[in-house]
Write a protein that binds this ligand. Structure first.
Ligand code: SF4
Ligand code: F3S
Length: 76
């Protein structure tokens, strides 16, 4: 699944929510998050985010691995 990192916080552009074909991106307050059970790995959100805050979970930048659990915990 794709994951939204802390780069979203303070920006929350929401362009990602408009391109997601399965509508699995949700406002979690500080930032938006992706439901990993619904994401189909299309990658559209990642190329749309103006601050490049979205990554595939296997391709996260150093220091951002906590975002996997942070996104997931909203949907357990
Ligand atoms: Fe939605 Fe595709 Fe992004 Fe997954 S990768 S959150 S399905 S736009
Ligand atoms: Fe955040 Fe980028 Fe979406 S700033 S709301 S992840 S378009």
């Amino acid at each position: 699944a794709y994951v939204i990192t802390t780069g979203c916080a303070g920006v929350k552009d929401a362009a990602c929510t408009e391109v997601c074909p399965v509508e699995c991106i949700h406002d979690a307050g500080d930032q938006f998050v992706i439901d990993p059970g619904e994401c189909i790995n299309c990658g559209l959100c990642a190329v749309t985010c103006p601050v490049n805050a979205i990554f595939e979970n296997s391709d996260l930048p150093a220091g951002h691995h906590a975002s996997i659990a942070y996104n997931r915990h909203f949907f357990l």
